[in-house]
Unconditional design. Structure first.
Lengths: 776, 186
């Protein structure tokens, strides 16, 4: 897809002093080049919003705008394969602007986190930027990452999804919202991350050594969702987004406004979503509607450019319907559901109604971050954050109990992070930090059901240090981390009379990472990362006990589980010979000792409701191997192509069989056409950046699985085609963006291996989305 | 700066204080919905002693295996059948049968058997005239042996073909109960 191409712009502003006496005779000249290959970029649109004047760079990457009056202006720079960049500049003399565009695909991005000096990340990170977020936020946070190389989604129907990176998910993947580890019931495969994508300006997938700082899982990746800093603009700016999705008749409305006031900088963001039953190619998916209401406030204040204080508060509230036909009683029901082409309870008509089974989740975050710069080269950062996560799941129950949740969990957590960063001369960079996390998880007894996850109080303390250095063409990165976790767990016995059993656990985990990157030439680089990590079993892996309604199985934890250990090797090669071609190849291999997984048992548990499959948390030795390839190329000045391929294979070494629930291989391609010149509708109306994109996603059948490892065979290979049209309309103080896109254009019926509802229903059919975005 | 240092210190202490707290015991939930016991009472139409088939799983889904009491029926006999559902975790035991009777439109029992001459027919109905299955008649023919499976479906489609005649195939809904008894007809 067009919008999956990521760009970073660096601006160098040079001002030539050539003061002109008259107000409207200044010239703005410039040169635009590709940051990576250093070559000139032609056909870049340069536009001054206030004057409605613009031009295009020539073959030498040069442009000139004459007769510009003195004043404050907003420049908009746009080019095929790059995100629009807007910056504010005061013109009071003839001015020369040099602009470097990082004109390379996603996974070839160079530096992602803005700082005073470049961070020495030596492994590629993926990131999703604001324009993609704006065009796709009718989906949830995970949905935005779907087309990224090496990222897959575990879904539960269409509304619930979790990211899988390099085969790892759930407890092995950390998600950070605004710098704070997202708390909540992350263990559940049917639990989405509770973050509003509209509150974010950049979603990053960290895969390398830098991930050690965040202490996520077992060498799994870290997903960062971050708003950008409020721009230093004295004017009030804002935007309104509205998206309509034909499938589910979904409405998404978002607005945000911000101002960098003289005393305080502020930004507020609000989102409302409502959608009804989604439709597969042939039938409505009954009870798959969703509602969401989110709000956030961001405040920034600084003193003397030395002390910075940020306050961030957000609330996320959702109500999600679960496909009615996927709520089943026992193994007999499941077998019957598997043989049905159309799920039970399928209705002929569309509805916005959300009934049980459903989920109702709220997540609230309050965070303050203070940062003190001792000098330009060292600073201390302190973050304190509190989170409340309230999850209620409703099942179809007897005697009016449908209104009583059958799972009701409240979780409070407190994060205290302290970090010190120091940049020494000769480009040594040291980071040291300490993270405390206290989590208090409580079941509300209103459910009338023995809880699946027990009450617990956990205390974690992590210490980390990373050191990086650049020497000529070589980058080094070393990281060490130690984590201590103490768990107090209160379970309720299965026997009668019910008793409370108390457990106390302590764990010590060590992590280490080493990364080296060598720049063979300006166009080529090769990197190697090796990491060792330990992850203690999580509460659900130790103490799950009972029927997990969402998956219709009895899940049993094992209090004897040991710490899981892993060694991961990653090799990455990049080649960017020109601004017209780039390729990135990444191979990884992760070897696990005592890999914890939910293993389906031969045993069938007999209960009064009939027989249920039993799943137990077990340990085995395993390995995961994968290759991700991505390439971007321009065919002519107007056509941009993108290809991404992901291969992954997981093996249970001890039992000599495949690992279950691993992402199938996939191939994604897109071709984008962009009109060089704006299309003139009238003297005042110009269509800028007209683009047409066609994309194709091919997901192969998961063949690396034995028949006896699942209830039914994995779904067949499927291929989805997408089409998108977009354009911008520019006015003196407003930018209007319009887009129209179709997903699953040919309305094929398919099922996805990682979607848990594939046992019951087809995945969603054609979806036509139209959106409007107004920036002022 | 001074203020922020105070705040920093205060929050740190708060953090420590938080961890020092002990976690309170959880409240053990009441389990009103739990069905531990199904009793199928069979009374011969022409008098005689009642027979009981029962399935009892006192500790719920996990733990000990359920206790299943099977029955021996007389051949060529007609019985009046009555189902009883109990939650015996609570004491005194809670009668779940009443709940089913109150929501009879949303529930239906199904009886399946592989004993050729044995048949079970509904002798009750809900407000819409569809069968429920709390009351039944069971008739035996020649001697034989096999099983009877009793299934309770919640929210079945009672109007689908065959459902009101006790054929489960098109019923849909979720299974609240599914128990199997081995039965001898002598």
């Amino acid at each position: 897809m067009w919008n999956k191409i990521f760009v970073h712009i660096f601006l160098w502003l040079f001002i030539s002093i050539n003061v002109n006496g008259q107000d409207c005779e200044y010239s703005v000249k410039g040169y635009v080049f590709d940051e990576t290959s250093q070559s000139a970029l032609a056909y870049v649109n340069v536009f001054i919003q206030e004057t409605q004047t613009g031009t295009t760079t020539d073959d030498g990457g040069k442009f000139i705008l004459n007769n510009v009056c003195a004043g404050h202006y907003h420049f908009i720079i746009s080019h095929i394969g790059c995100e629009d960049e807007k910056f504010h500049f005061d013109i009071f003399k003839d001015t020369i602007i040099n602009i470097g565009l990082s004109h390379t695909p996603t996974s070839l991005g160079t530096v992602i986190i803005a700082g005073k000096k470049n961070d020495f990340y030596n492994q590629a990170n993926l990131y999703v930027k604001r324009n993609i977020i704006e065009d796709n936020s009718n989906h949830n946070l995970s949905g935005l990452l779907e087309n990224e190389t090496g990222v897959h989604l575990i879904k539960n129907g269409s509304g619930i999804s979790k990211p899988v990176v390099q085969g790892l998910y759930g407890n092995r993947l950390a998600i950070l919202n605004n710098g704070v580890l997202q708390s909540g019931q992350q263990w559940g495969n049917d639990h989405s991350p509770e973050i509003d994508p509209f509150s974010s300006d950049k979603i990053t997938v960290l895969k390398g050594a830098s991930a050690i700082e965040y202490g996520g899982g077992n060498l799994g990746s870290v997903i960062l969702s971050e708003p950008k800093r409020i721009e230093r603009e004295p004017h009030l700016h804002g935007q309104v987004n509205y998206i309509f999705d034909s499938n589910g008749r979904g409405h998404t409305l978002n607005s945000r406004i911000e101002k960098y006031g003289s005393k305080l900088a502020w930004r507020i963001n609000g989102t409302l979503k409502k959608s009804g039953d989604k439709k597969s190619a042939d039938y409505f998916l009954n009870n798959t509607g969703a509602e969401e209401a989110n709000f956030s406030v961001q405040l920034e204040k600084s003193w003397n450019e030395k002390f910075f204080l940020d306050v961030y508060g957000s609330t996320f509230n959702t109500r999600l319907g679960i496909l009615r036909g996927s709520h089943i009683g026992n193994l007999t029901d499941l077998e019957q559901a598997l043989t049905n082409d159309v799920p039970f309870f399928t209705e002929p008509d569309f509805s916005y109604q959300i009934e049980a089974p459903k989920q109702q989740v709220s997540h609230h975050l309050l965070k303050t971050k203070s940062k003190y710069f001792f000098t330009d080269n060292n600073f201390l950062e302190f973050v304190i954050a509190g989170q409340i996560n309230d999850r209620k799941e409703f099942d179809v129950r007897r005697s009016g109990r449908t209104d009583i949740p059958s799972l009701s969990l409240s979780q409070y957590s407190l994060n205290l992070n302290l970090k010190y960063e120091h940049l020494f001369d000769k480009e040594w960079k040291l980071k040291v930090g300490n993270q405390h996390i206290v989590t208090d998880n409580t079941n509300n007894p209103e459910t009338g059901i023995l809880p699946l996850i027990p009450d617990y109080l956990s205390y974690k303390n992590g210490l980390f240090s990373t050191l990086s250095k650049k020497m000529n063409r070589t980058y080094f990165n070393i990281g060490l981390r130690y984590d201590y976790e103490q768990q107090t767990v209160l379970t309720i016995s299965n026997s009668v009379p019910r008793e409370i059993i108390r457990f106390e656990n302590t764990f010590n985990n060590f992590n280490g990472l080493l990364g080296i990157k060598y720049e063979i030439s300006t166009a080529q680089s090769i990197g190697w990362n090796i990491g060792y990590a330990m992850r203690n079993p999580a509460i659900n892996e130790l103490y799950s006990n009972g029927l997990h309604q969402g998956v219709s199985g009895i899940e049993e934890g094992d209090i004897g589980l040991k710490i899981e250990k892993a060694i991961k090797n990653t090799i990455e090669y990049k080649w960017v010979p020109s601004s017209n071609f780039a390729i990135n190849v990444l191979a990884y291999h992760q070897l696990f000792n005592d890999y914890i997984f939910l293993n389906p048992q031969d045993e069938i548990r007999l209960t009064i409701r009939g027989a249920f499959p039993v799943f137990k948390y077990e340990q085995t030795d395993a390995n995961i191997f994968g290759v991700d390839v991505s390439s971007q190329f321009t065919i002519s000045d107007s056509f941009l192509g993108l290809i991404k391929y992901s291969y992954l294979r997981g093996t249970d070494v001890t039992n000599d069989q495949p690992l279950i629930f691993m992402p199938p291989n996939s191939l994604f391609g897109s071709l984008t056409y962009r009109a060089h010149k704006s299309i003139r509708l009238s003297s005042k109306w110009n269509l800028e950046d007209v683009e047409v994109e066609i994309s194709n996603r091919l997901v192969f059948e998961q063949t690396n699985i034995f028949a006896e490892q699942d209830f039914i065979a994995p779904p067949n290979t499927y291929n989805l085609v997408g089409l998108k049209l977009s354009t911008n309309l520019l006015f003196p103080h407003t930018k209007l963006r319009l887009f129209l896109k179709a997903d699953n254009l040919f309305n094929i019926s398919y099922r996805d291996y990682l979607n848990r509802q594939r046992y019951f229903a087809d995945d969603i059919g054609i979806s036509i989305t139209s959106g409007i975005n107004i920036k002022f | 700066m001074k203020n922020s240092k105070y705040i920093l210190g205060l929050l740190f202490i708060l953090g420590i204080a938080f961890t020092a707290c002990d976690k309170d015991d959880p409240v053990i939930p009441e389990e009103p919905e739990l069905i531990t016991t199904l009793n199928y009472y069979l009374t011969p139409v022409d008098g005689g002693e009642s027979i009981i088939m029962s399935f009892q799983d006192l500790d719920g889904d996990g733990g000990n295996a359920p206790i299943i009491t099977s029955a021996t029926l007389a051949s060529n006999q007609m019985y009046n059948g009555r189902l009883e559902l109990l939650n015996e975790v609570d004491s005194p035991a809670e009668d779940i049968t009443e709940e089913i009777a109150e929501e009879d439109e949303d529930h239906q029992f199904f009886f399946q058997t592989d004993i050729s001459d044995l048949s079970i027919n509904y002798s009750d109905e809900d407000d819409n005239g569809n069968p429920v299955g709390l009351s039944t008649t069971l008739s035996t023919g020649a001697a034989g042996a096999g099983t009877i499976t009793i299934t309770l479906r919640h929210e079945p489609s009672k109007s689908e073909a065959g459902v009101s005649n006790g054929i489960i195939t098109n019923a849909g809904g979720e299974t609240d109960i599914e128990v199997t008894f081995s039965v001898n007809v002598e």
